[in-house]
Design a protein around this ligand. Structure first.
Ligand code: DUC
Ligand code: ZN
Ligand code: ZN
Length: 470
């Protein structure tokens, strides 16, 4: 590969903003040059008037996740390609260990699904669905393979759920290995009672998904997870935090000096309980935790948390299911006609994340440009052991770069998106800013509204342990 020079743009990292040209050799950045230089024999990529950003990192995706009798609609091929279109150049997906299965086998199965299919680099967290002596040993083996974070569920009894004893044991082991516990913090046992009672009353529409999954039950589970983390000394990362009660718990833990962190997702910042109304159309917005009541102030508090670094990351929990039939996986959201609890949980989001956060965060004056880079790329890399290979533009970093037009615009629509799902949760939203060019490890994979990559460009990332300790 000839050397490349991204010329004339403004390079933005989590801390700096500089008029600099970026020199790339092979898959790495080899120089950040002032304008006054004479580099020859390079392929020049003109970035005049553009922002030159580190590629986005989405640390929470579920490609092909088996859920509720079907599978998430995007494969590793379609999902990672869509991610690239949106300016994301790395994902961390979730391999799954089901009950009775070895965690190692689960990870290998997910490696197989991804191998040779991804447009961008990818890593894995492990969903540990069955904590027993063997799993605890495998957690250590997995950490040596670059799986240094383990997701546990306080929700979904009978599926992914772990009880407090299992959580405690996994936390003890993760603390010993320097791994992170990622927690889905909702009190699933209590929620299931409320679901049953709602259905008995004939409350079957999607809106009741949002009503029964009370924010106080996210707060309670977050509190319990934090106490168990405090006891064991493990690093805890609360995934998809949606409720102000949960944020309060995280803030308190951080004020105490604990290694407790949290992400939120665009759907909790931009959408609300109201989207779940409108009859079965609300099924589009069924995900867990659910979208929250805007009037109660959740959204505003989440934005505040992002500003004050009580929330460190915006990921997506990308887990799409079609409203109509999916060409391969068949009936999806319709499985929940007449019973909201049977709607597969999840929303598409990997493609619009960067655009939404730029428009809704930077353009609308809620966060700075540097903070935008920090929460979408740099902190994800540090939190999950990928920095500085990923998450910044520096000499020696992978040349994962997005050339972004701050004055461009685009409209989000199912007609133009690249995710393999038949609706957009943000249909018709007009966004300031546009991804113009995307490089993954020095290769231009998006330019001139064309995709130039191929399945297999993306490689497995063996991650280190977290680099984001207090
Ligand atoms: N939440 C979702 O909405 N989908 C998949 C799993 C999860 O925790
Ligand atoms: Zn979850
Ligand atoms: Zn998830």
């Amino acid at each position: 590969m000839a050397k490349k020079l991204i010329k004339g743009g403004t390079v933005v990292t989590a801390i700096d903003q500089m008029d600099a040209d970026v020199l790339i050799d092979g898959d790495q950045v080899v120089g950040l040059l002032g304008r006054d230089h004479s580099v020859e024999d390079v392929e020049v990529i003109d970035a005049t008037g553009m922002l030159v950003l580190p590629g986005g990192i989405d640390v929470h995706t579920h490609m092909e996740l088996p859920f509720g009798g079907t599978k998430a609609a995007d494969t590793f091929e379609t999902g990672t390609r869509a991610a690239a279109w949106g300016g994301t150049t790395t994902i961390v997906d979730f391999a799954v260990q089901t009950v009775g299965e070895s965690a190692m086998d689960g990870w290998e199965a997910w490696m197989e699904k991804a191998r040779g299919n991804c447009a961008i680099d990818y890593g894995f967290h492990m969903i540990t669905g069955d904590i027993n002596d063997q799993t605890l040993k495998e957690m250590e083996l997995l950490s040596r393979e670059g799986v240094t974070s383990f997701k546990m569920f306080m929700a979904y009894p009978g599926v992914f759920y772990s009880d407090d004893g299992q959580i405690l044991r996994a936390m003890q082991k993760a603390a010993e290995d320097g791994s992170t516990i990622c927690m889905h913090a909702e009190n699933g046992i209590a929620i299931d009672v409320l679901v049953e009672q709602a259905l008995e009353r004939g409350e079957t529409d999607p809106i009741y998904h949002g009503i029964v999954r009370k924010s106080i039950l996210e707060g309670e589970a977050t509190h319990r997870a934090i106490k168990l983390a405090e006891l064991t000394g493990v690093q805890l990362y609360i995934v998809h935090l949606s409720a102000q009660e949960a944020l309060d718990e995280v803030i308190q833990a951080r004020d105490q000096g604990l290694n407790v962190y949290a992400e939120t997702c665009p759907q909790y910042l931009f959408l609300s309980l109201e989207n779940l109304g409108n009859g079965f159309d609300g099924a589009k917005y069924v995900c867990s935790p659910p979208l929250r009541d805007e009037e109660a102030g959740h959204q505003e508090r989440l934005w505040q948390g992002l500003r004050t670094n009580d929330l460190q990351i915006v990921s997506t929990d990308h887990c799409p299911f079609c409203m109509g039939d999916h060409h391969t996986f068949g009936t999806q959201k319709q499985l929940g006609q007449g019973d909201f609890s049977k709607i597969p949980n999840g929303m598409p989001g990997v493609e619009p994340r960067m655009g939404l956060m730029y428009n809704g965060g930077v353009v609308e004056g809620r966060i700075s440009l540097n903070r935008f880079v920090e929460i979408t790329a740099t902190t994800p890399a540090k939190m999950f052991g990928m920095y500085p290979k990923k998450g910044t533009i520096a000499v020696g970093s992978d040349a994962d770069i997005v050339i972004f037009d701050p004055n461009g615009s685009h409209t989000i629509s199912v007609d133009t998106h690249h995710m393999d799902v038949d609706y957009s949760a943000y249909e018709g939203w007009e966004m300031r800013g546009k991804v113009e060019t995307v490089l993954s490890k020095g290769k231009v994979i998006i330019s001139d509204d064309q995709y130039h990559g191929s399945p297999g460009d993306g490689e497995y990332l063996a991650r280190g342990t977290s680099q984001y300790v207090i």
